[in-house]
Design a protein around this ligand. Sequence first.
Ligand code: GLA
Length: 380
Amino acid sequence: MNIQNLEQSFSTYFNSKPEFIVRAPGRVNLIGEHTDYNDGFVLPMAIDRAVWMALSPRDDSQIRIRSLDLEADSVFDLNSLTKGKGWAEYIKGVAYELQNAGYSLRGFDAVMTGNIPRGAGLSSSAAVELAAARAFAATSGFAWDAAQMAKFAQKAENEWVGVNCGIMDQMASAVCIEGHVLFLDCRSLEYQLAPLPEGISIVILDTSTRRGLVDSAYNERRSQCEEAAFWFGVRALRDVGVLDFKRKTKEERLDEVVLKRARHIVTENARVLEAYKMMKAGDIKRLGELFNASHDSLRDDFEVTNDALNIMVSCAREQQSCYGARMTGAGFGGCAVALVREEYAGEFTKNVSDVYRQRSGLEAGIYNCRPSEGANLVNR
Ligand code: GLA
């Protein structure tokens, strides 16, 4: 990202220099899929792809934003927020939640740009939300509380935008630090940051497929999980251990589909706990096996993969340099993530992209990414 170009664009639109530059990253989830809304565990990291905003406060309550990528403008007033459609809703939603919580906000002028592929499962929307929160903190002069801002951003997405997501994406975009992965308990929001072990590359494999009906399938999975939690007599599936699961489903009958959904969540939570331990112990081979088991469970039990994701994951796993690979994000299209021996990452990328093209007829987008810092004010 070229900060000078961003500053230059701001000057072109607003005839002055921007006072602040803020940035908020996308994320890739290493393991713990669909566990966040079950009060469970996740292991994501912020990636070195992000949303940037150059901005200056205004003396009134207007927000004027130019999206350089979409070549579109949005203008609205903080005193009369009304719902509309499109990219600016993420920013309005954050403004609404902050004001609702008592923050007094100033208007600002901004230009915005980013390099997170949209709709790919890398949380470009959480990045816009956190960039907006960071922008309000800078221009309105309040202290930055990363976890608290993640909660407002999630609320904005749930209630303003109307997408029923969990807390993982916003927390990853808010609290991560460079070189580290985030181990998060989605019930207590307690978290730990641990360094990504040396010698491995995290490679994101974009299938180039996107599926439209993700929202309804996502909400259906959520209600099946709630149904299962009710059946187990617990607050959320996080409270069911692998052994409890086996015992109870042997003794009593649970609808087959609901049972499969629950089995994914229960085993996935156990995998996250083990994966975090293995990562700290440097046991990358076992970590890779857990990646593989996670994908298989998402494919067979949670049923959120598509053909392209399954093809991509097998292309990756066939490479000797690959420890493990799985789909990442909500599923139904988007990206997979692979754990690869660092010195072979170049060769891995080339081979996977060739084989994937042959088998699927599609062009993969492949990014070797590094764990990056959460939402921040860019020093200039
Ligand atoms: C989307 C949601 C997250 C999480 C994942 C699945 O990314 O926004 O909250 O539920 O799907 O793990």
